[in-house]
Ligand binder design. Structure first.
Ligand SMILES: [Zn+2]
Length: 265
């Protein structure tokens, strides 16, 4: 709820959930997991942004399958997880609110009617109601671990559509990073040991302050990190979500061991 501006209508009604869902908050793992695009809820007041139910099930609204992978991975690793429940079309929690793609007017080929004429005040309300509480939850988690001397490696989890603007994506998974590749390179090494996988490095995306927010804001220059993408057709169902969470539990543990060895040398 957002009631700090006198006379402002809150974006979220009392019975609508908070943006951040936290799991395993006391987890002992070195990893903290985030999933910026885990959910596809839309605040009732935004009337589905003018989109139909079929459009709101597609990848333009959320990262299909990643919540199921993230929950299982969090449990397997005993790692804190911060999931974001609202659709990326309401406000993209992995974009600086100052960049235009924070409130997408068109996503892939779909026009988003509810984003075509958003006033500065409405944009600010979306930020204060969804973006800020989610990123505060991440910041608080990181601060409390730092205060108790618990080291952290941050893992940002995403999923990608198998076909984008008519082009099929051959990679099953991808590891992305910007300036600090210290941990990402160990994730890449461990993933490339897995059988039969096409693993991409900084493709089809890379991490940058213009295209991301979570890693640049919370991790870059502060914590080791990796951003992970998994292709959505592989994790749309529960079987795939189980298999990929098991795979990433194995891969992240191996990467952690190799990273610790590297850090000591
Ligand atoms: Zn995403």
């Amino acid at each position: 709820m957002c009631t700090d501006e006198p006379g402002a209508d809150p974006l979220l009604e009392d019975d609508e959930p908070a943006p951040a869902e936290l799991l395993q908050t006391g987890g002992k793992s070195i990893f903290v997991l985030t999933a910026d695009h885990a959910g596809r809820a839309i605040p009732r007041r935004l009337r589905d942004l003018g989109l139909g139910p079929a459009e709101l099930e597609t990848h333009i609204a959320w990262d299909i399958g990643i919540a199921g992978v993230a929950r299982r991975l969090s449990a397997a690793l005993d790692a804190p997880l911060i999931l974001q429940r609202y659709s990326r079309l309401v406000i993209d929690c992995n974009r600086d609110p100052a960049v235009e793609s924070s409130l997408a007017r068109v996503s892939e080929h779909t026009r988003i009617p509810g984003n075509e004429s958003v006033s500065t005040r409405q944009a600010s309300l979306r930020r204060r109601s969804i973006f800020d509480p989610y990123h505060s939850a991440i910041a608080q988690m990181l601060e409390s671990r730092a205060a108790s001397g618990q080291p952290t490696i941050m893992i940002a989890l995403h999923s990608m559509t198998p076909v984008f603007k008519g082009l099929s994506r051959p990679m099953h998974t991808a590891v992305l990073y910007d300036r600090d590749s210290r941990f990402a390179r160990h994730v890449l090494t461990a993933l490339r040991r897995e059988h039969g996988l096409v693993v991409a490095e900084n493709e089809p995306y890379f991490v940058s302050p213009a295209t991301d927010y979570t890693i640049p804001h919370h991790a870059e220059g502060n914590l080791p990190y990796a951003e992970i993408e998994i292709r959505q057709d592989l994790i749309a169902g529960e079987l795939g979500q189980s298999q990929w969470s098991e795979r990433f539990a194995r891969v992240l543990r191996a990467a952690q061991q190799e990273f610790a060895g590297w850090a000591i040398r």
